[in-house]
Every structure is written in C-alpha cells, then in structure tokens.
Design a binder for this molecule. Structure first.
Ligand SMILES: Nc1ncnc2c1ncn2[C@@H]1O[C@H](COP(=O)(O)OP(=O)(O)OP(=O)(O)O)[C@@H](O)[C@H]1O
Ligand SMILES: [Mg+2]
Length: 287
C-alpha cells in the first residue's frame, strides 16, 4: 500500500522500474565538489591508460585531463574507445595499466562502480532510464534520496528544501509542465532531460554523457545543448557525441574539443583547430 501520494509505489517494481532503480541506487550520495581535491585545477586525470580485449587495445596509452568546471566534448570515429574510456572512469572496466584520478587524490582504479558514483561521478547512458510508470516529480524525488536506501526513501517525507530542489531541477530541465505525468508518456528528448535531472539531484562533481543527442530531433538536440550550457560551471562535464552541430553548440569558439582515435588522443584544441588538423580530417571528419 502506498499511503503517501508524494512517493512512488514501488512495492511491485516492474522490469523497467528495476532497471531505473539499479541506475539510481548506483549513484548514491555524491560528495560535494569541495570534498574533491582540485587544487591543481583538474577534476579528472587519465595517464597512459591501456585496456585490452583479447589482445586488441581499445585504449592505448590514453592520457587526458579535464579542468574543474569544464564542459569537454569528445569526438572520434566508431571504435575509437570513447565508451571504453567512460567504462574505465566509472569502474565498469578495469584498465590493464595507467592512472585514473578524480581530482588530485581519489584513485578511481582502486574503487568499484558504486563507490565511484558516490564519490561524485554521474553517468548518462545513451538509452534513457527512468521510472516509466511514475510521475516525473517522483522520478526526481527518488533519485535524490537513494543515500538512505530506496526503500527508506519511499517512506520518507519530503522536507521543504527537498521540494525546492526538485522544483529547481524541474525548471532547469524544462519539465515544470510535466511534473505529474508518468515519465513513460514523455517524448524521447524529455526523457533524456529527465534522466539528466535525476543525475543532477545527486549533485555530481563530474557528469559523463555518452551520445546524449542520439535519436533526438533537431529541436530536442538544441534544447539539450542549451541545458548543458546552462549547467556549465555548476559541475564538470564530459560529453561524447557524433552530432557536430551539437558539439559546435557546446564548444563555442573557445571550448576545448578532444578527438580520440584508436584508443588515444589524436588531437585537441578548439573545434576550428581540430577541424583543420590533417590527421583528424583523415581519420574522422573527412570521411
Ligand atoms: N567488452 C568488450 N569486449 C571486446 N571488445 C570490446 C569491448 N568493449 C569495446 N570493445 C572494442 O573496443 C573498441 C572501442 O569500443 P568503444 O565502444 O569504446 O568505441 P567508441 O569510441 O565508443 O565507438 P562508438 O562511437 O561507435 O560508440 C571497439 O573496437 C570495440 O569493438
Ligand atoms: Mg561509444
């Protein structure tokens, strides 16, 4: 029985609820960025990271660093190792060798997926994973409360601060008008924004987004770019994407873009600079 109409009734979770639950349970409570030592300016630091699958090097001495507050776009051909890199950062895949640090001191290679999520790294997968049967508002509520365990969170009453945060997030992801609608009724673009909102409820220090614009209409894509641009500075972001208009909207004239190919960084610079790079044209953009 669900006596409090403000909390979702997940006493009989369906298949989709289970998937969404495993996603938010993974996140746990994020530490505030202040707890991560970014005194040298980097939120994320990878050095000489190698990952082999049956002898094939998906990552080949990859070195990369993201500044705190930065929104970094990563581009590169299929198979370049972009998703594998995110797998390594989030603890899904252990590297054969190399360093992976959150800030100066948090060695991610020694941590498992849940503890990396709790340390402040949120990850958005390509397919939106939300609680389809439950209203948008409850999706955000549930995402915020997983530090107490999701069962406890269902029983917990919302305090005013929490309500305010949900409202803020709703307006940020531009779903104020959809708060009471079941998430399953949302469009693909709205679901993607909801999932980003769910990640934001955890106050991540670093957000990883793997092809967030895939499958979106042009309008949804530009709306997503506006959202991420708006978030700039509140958390650091790494965005992997093939849609070059989306990348242009995020990188602007001065933002740094990293081009990966064959498991390592091929080029890095402003979008204009990498577009003019002969090796980049050869391996990716010129195709
Ligand atoms: N679990 C795995 N087992 C074996 N090979 C894998 C595994 N995961 C990735 N690979 C291989 O590693 C390489 C890098 O894959 P990855 O998915 O990281 O590329 P990507 O840059 O994300 O590509 P895309 O743009 O297509 O998403 C590919 O050749 C892929 O086939
Ligand atoms: Mg990929």
């Amino acid at each position: 029985m669900n006596e409090n109409p403000m909390v979702p009734d997940l006493s009989h979770p369906d298949e989709n609820d289970r998937r969404a639950l495993s996603g938010v349970a993974m996140m746990g409570r994020a530490v505030t960025p202040g707890e991560i030592d970014t005194s040298h300016g980097a939120i994320l630091y990878l050095e000489d990271v190698t990952v082999s699958f049956d002898g094939f090097r998906a990552l080949n001495a990859l070195s990369l660093s993201i500044d705190v507050g930065e929104l970094r776009c990563i581009i590169g051909p299929n198979g370049a190792g972009k998703t594998t890199m995110m797998d390594v950062i989030t603890g899904k895949t252990s590297p054969d060798s190399g360093k992976v640090f959150l800030g100066q001191t948090i060695d991610l290679t020694r941590m498992n997926e849940p503890s990396i999520a709790r340390a402040g790294i949120g990850r958005k997968f390509q397919k939106p994973t939300v609680f389809e049967q439950h209203p948008v508002w409850e999706n955000l509520e549930l995402a915020m409360k997983t530090d107490k365990g999701w069962l406890a969170s269902l029983r917990a009453r919302l305090d005013r601060g929490a309500q305010a945060r949900i409202e803020e997030t709703l307006s940020l992801i531009r779903l104020e008008g959809e708060a009471r609608r079941p998430a399953g009724e949302l469009s693909h673009g709205q679901k993607q924004r909801l999932e980003i909102g769910m990640l934001l409820m955890q106050q991540p220090a670093l957000l990883l987004l793997d092809e967030p614009a895939a499958g979106m209409t042009d309008d949804e894509t530009m709306e997503l770019a506006a959202l991420l641009n708006h978030l700039r500075g509140t958390c650091s972001m790494m965005v992997v994407e093939h849609d070059m208009e989306f990348v242009a909207a995020l990188a602007g004239d001065a933002g740094k873009v990293t081009v990966m190919a064959e498991g390592r960084v091929l080029a890095q610079g402003t979008l204009d600079e990498v577009k003019r790079d002969a090796a980049v044209v050869e391996s990716y953009l010129g195709r």
